[in-house]
Design a protein around this ligand. Structure first.
Ligand SMILES: [Zn+2]
Length: 73
């Protein structure tokens, strides 16, 4: 995974990541960094619900991450 980026959270209006079961503070567009990636990749909907073919998409996502690491190395 990429290094954690500094998240700018204002003292007022702290929101938590919308993804079910996630306790992190939302950093971007109502998701935490990790789940924002999921959202971008189509693993979860805007509302934080897993999509119907989540398992298959997650496999693609993991393969994508593995590839990114190879490129970086
Ligand atoms: Zn999250």
């Amino acid at each position: 995974m990429a290094k954690d980026k500094k998240s700018v959270v204002e003292a007022t209006g702290v929101e938590h990541c919308k993804c079910a079961g996630c306790k992190k503070v939302s950093a971007r567009f109502t998701f935490c960094e990790e789940h924002y990636e999921w959202f971008k990749f189509g693993l979860i909907s805007k509302a934080g619900q897993k999509v119907s073919d989540f398992d298959r998409k997650q496999e693609h996502f993991m393969a994508y991450l593995a590839k990114q690491k190879q490129v970086a190395a």
